[in-house]
Design a protein around this ligand. Structure first.
Ligand SMILES: C[S@@+](CC[C@H](N)C(=O)[O-])C[C@H]1O[C@@H](n2cnc3c(N)ncnc32)[C@H](O)[C@@H]1O
Length: 244
């Protein structure tokens, strides 16, 4: 049986989707609030930069993978309403909050796919942009997920992938480790009464791939042109990968 990481634990691949699903069901109600608290509001700035890099002026069909509560998809629609957007996420509770946010903004023309990207029945060459923010860590089969993303992009299309990364500077790296492993679970316990889910989220950041490894995985499934953009002392990165 193939193994995969769930925080610091090595588990059978078949068990990961349900464990990750439990985490996001548990955090869904407080997800947006916790994002603001844990990142000191910085995730909003990172998401703005991410949207700028999406270069929406020439985009028509977008797939937002791991849409969660919909921040990225909503920002895309608010910037360019004519874009057709599909929001994909395996977690029902997160996607329900996403739907509510769109309805509250008066936007109704969204397609929702309640699925992990690995199991998504893709339509080849359908999208000109795939966005993936803070979701890649949670995949069960990263290669299969990336391959599905590659296949559903049309030639000329891009993947923008954003996530945390451990800073390369030693001092920042130690501070970041203490923050992710000790402080984030405590905040989760106090604000959301949920230490275990935030322990996983902290551990999943610490055990995440290096940017170079992500770049290699992108090249491995066929992407041809990749760029890595570091955000805030290297605690987060944006990968831009192109299908030529
Ligand atoms: C940290 S949230 C990110 C939400 C949103 N993109 C944002 O930036 O706020 C991670 C999301 O990844 C989703 N997810 C987990 N496994 C996934 C998979 N295999 N494919 C797609 N999404 C997945 C979770 O359900 C969760 O909603």
């Amino acid at each position: 049986m193939e193994k995969t990481k769930f925080g610091y634990k090595e588990i059978d691949q078949k068990d990961k989707p349900s464990k990750v699903n439990q985490v996001f069901t548990s955090v869904s109600n407080r997800y947006d609030l916790m994002n603001d608290i844990m990142s000191f509001g910085l995730h909003r700035l990172w998401k703005k930069q991410f949207i700028r890099l999406c270069n929406l002026s020439n985009k028509k069909n977008v797939l937002d993978v791991a849409c969660g509560t919909g921040d990225i998809a909503l920002a895309i629609k608010k910037q360019k309403n004519s874009i057709n957007i599909t929001c994909l996420d395996p977690n029902r509770e997160m996607i329900e909050i996403c739907k509510e946010k769109f309805l509250n903004s008066g936007i109704t023309d969204i397609i929702y796919e309640n699925s992990g990207i690995e199991d998504f029945e893709i339509l080849e060459n359908k999208y000109d942009l795939v966005t993936l923010a803070f979701g890649f860590r949670n995949f069960t089969n990263h290669e299969k997920g990336l391959r599905n993303i590659y296949d559903c992009l049309e030639p000329g299309g891009s993947l923008l992938l954003m996530d945390f990364k451990k800073p390369s500077n030693d001092i920042y790296s130690k501070l970041f480790k203490t923050y992710t492993l000790n402080i984030i679970p405590k905040i989760g316990q106090i604000v959301a009464d949920d230490l275990e889910s935030y322990k996983y989220l902290g551990e999943s950041i610490q055990t995440y791939f290096l940017p170079k490894q992500i770049e290699e995985m992108c090249l491995g499934v066929g992407f041809e042109c990749t760029e890595i953009i570091n955000l805030l002392e290297g605690v987060a990165t944006i990968h831009v990968a192109k299908k030529l």
